[in-house]
Design a protein around this ligand. Structure first.
Ligand SMILES: NC(=O)c1ccc[n+]([C@@H]2O[C@H](COP(=O)([O-])OP(=O)(O)OC[C@H]3O[C@@H](n4cnc5c(N)ncnc54)[C@H](OP(=O)(O)O)[C@@H]3O)[C@@H](O)[C@H]2O)c1
Length: 324
């Protein structure tokens, strides 16, 4: 996998551009993992609390890119709590993946750890901005995936004239091309499975497959210092819409639903460098006067994953900010 280093000099932008923050702030001195290997996690900690438990995702295999942190992590946790048979977390670093898996809180209503969780969490090291270098591992894992969540994302805060080509490319590749290529891998895997199973009668009870893209309010509402990010997130909505139609036209006997979530400000590491003044100003602008919680985005992802009529469904969860 191609290693990269992000330059350290960034322009701090006004709070109006606040879906973005310098990558180097998130992971100081970070270097993308050169590992491409796949491995399996054994969960050891006992969880003590849970808001949700069920089995509506029983039998479903889910892949969550960006599963190590924030929104992706919350979705992975929720899917496990809802009985997903297997959740594959995708991220760039084996260490962060292992740490995330250790933080997963998967317990039933009685506070007991759900039996068998240890075999349910799988970790896949890969940079979604450089899928060519771990394409085979991705294809192999994708073979059984029913629900794909594209949550991996970065933001680099700068006005366009000062933006470096590498930074623009990195944002577009991570946020848009990555989602496109994981989606392609899911569609290809589905086609391969269909060819392999063509002699068997189709099981009409099989639930559809589903792709959930995590876009952003910046796809719809302008902000300063976030042109590549906004473009990448708007592109995700185009991807969502076009795929919903294309898959239906080209895969007659298999359903892959394509949906997106449009979050406003969500309390994750991506926005933790706001000054208290910026936070106050933003919360005053949001009709609900607070940032969203990752678990609230996970609620939406669960809805999209399970509602069989949700296709080209674009769910905005922004506390009302989109209406301002
Ligand atoms: N927080 C918000 O206010 C907000 C608002 C709108 C939309 N969003 C979107 O929500 C998604 C999740 O963001 P978050 O707020 O949860 O941020 P976060 O806590 O910083 O999480 C970002 C995740 O993306 C992964 N990631 C980044 N680059 C990657 C790459 N090249 N390959 C694979 N994984 C990569 C990170 O994993 P590793 O570092 O371990 O690789 C991490 O798990 C993003 O797409 C973001 O644009 C966030």
């Amino acid at each position: 996998m191609t290693a990269f280093l992000v330059s350290t000099a960034r322009l701090r932008m006004p709070a109006a551009s606040l879906f973005t923050r310098p990558v180097n702030d998130i992971r100081s001195g970070f270097r993308a993992s050169s590992a491409t290997s796949r491995f399996y996690f054994q969960k050891t900690n006992n969880s003590t609390t849970s808001c949700h438990s069920g089995n509506r995702l029983s039998g479903r295999t889910c892949m969550v890119t960006g599963g190590t942190s924030g929104i992706g992590f919350a979705i992975a946790e929720r899917f496990l709590q809802e009985g997903a048979t297997s959740v594959i977390l995708v991220g760039r670093s084996q260490e962060r993946l292992q740490a995330a898996a250790g933080r997963l809180d998967v317990s039933n209503d009685h506070g007991n750890s759900i039996t068998g969780t240890s075999n349910k969490v799988r970790l896949l090291v890969g940079d979604v901005g450089d899928i060519g270098s771990w394409k085979h591992e991705l294809e192999k894992e994708m073979a059984n995936v029913d629900i794909l969540v594209n949550a991996a994302g970065i933001s680099i805060n700068n006005i366009l004239p000062r933006s470096e080509l590498d930074d623009i490319s990195q944002v577009l590749r991570t946020n848009l091309e990555g989602a496109m290529l994981t989606s392609r891998a899911l569609v290809r895997a589905t086609i391969r499975n269909r060819v392999r199973n063509r002699n068997f009668a189709p099981d009409t009870k099989t639930p559809s497959k589903c792709i959930i893209n995590i876009s952003s309010l910046l796809a719809l509402k302008a902000g300063t210092g976030a042109v590549p990010y906004a473009a990448s997130k708007a592109g995700l909505l185009g991807l969502t819409r076009s795929l919903a139609v294309e898959v239906s036209a080209s895969l007659k006997d298999v359903v892959i639903r394509s949906n997106a979530i449009v979050p406003g400000y969500i309390d994750t590491p991506m926005i933790t460098d706001f000054t208290p003044g910026e936070v106050d100003r933003l919360k005053a602008m949001i009709p609900l006067h607070r940032f969203g919680k990752p678990s609230e985005i996970a609620d939406a992802a669960f809805f999209l994953a399970t509602n069989e009529y949700a296709n080209n469904c674009i769910l905005n969860l922004d506390g009302g900010l989109g209406a301002v």
